[in-house]
Design a binder for this molecule. Structure first.
Ligand SMILES: [Cu+2]
Length: 178
């Protein structure tokens, strides 16, 4: 028994090192973002870092202005409304209902900072979502049922798309393992 342990203990000690190296280098998930016509207008990539899940978004062909962008709770993007993606991805909400407002004053774990789209229709965003993962847990963007990244018509009550409410969904991408 003691003889066997001598081999097992050094083996266990090397595992955390191997895990942390692969976590930094691998972009583990990707989403192809499509508009309501089904055209690909950008991508989002997801890479685990020691600080959390790093999200990189690149889009083109959108109306200039400030747009809300979030991860939503289902990996389903059915145009043109994209309501199939469900509500915001908020894995902490299962631990009790919010008391005030939409999320009880707390930001859902899958909410990103607003996306600024330039005059030429392109936009870029890099952000870290500290609570999210690419594992098999409830906080994973690859959880059972999936998640989707959704871009809205505007932000802060102001729409950039004539005829659409600022909350309307104008683009959506299902997050998949890369
Ligand atoms: Cu949203």
């Amino acid at each position: 028994m003691l003889h066997q342990l001598k081999f097992i203990v050094p083996l266990l000690a090397t595992i955390p090192v191997a895990l942390s190296v692969s976590a930094v280098t691998k972009p583990a998930a990707i989403a192809q973002i499509k508009n309501a016509k089904g055209e690909v207008i950008g991508t989002a990539t997801f890479a685990p870092t020691p600080q959390g899940l790093k999200v990189n978004v690149q889009v083109k062909g959108l109306n200039p202005g400030v747009h809300m962008i979030h991860l939503h709770e289902f990996g389903k993007c059915e145009p043109p409304s994209f309501m199939s993606a469900g509500k915001h991805f908020d894995p902490e909400s299962s631990h009790g209902k919010p008391k005030h407002g939409e999320h009880g004053g707390r930001k859902p774990a899958g909410d990103l900072p607003n996306l600024q789209v330039q005059k030429d229709g392109t936009g870029k965003l890099e952000a870290i979502l500290p609570k999210l993962t690419v594992g098999s847990d409830n906080f994973s963007v690859l959880k059972q049922g999936g998640t989707a990244i959704v871009i809205h018509a505007g932000a802060d009550g102001k729409s950039n798309v004539p005829g659409l409410d600022y909350k309307a969904r104008i683009a959506c991408g299902v997050v998949t393992r890369s």
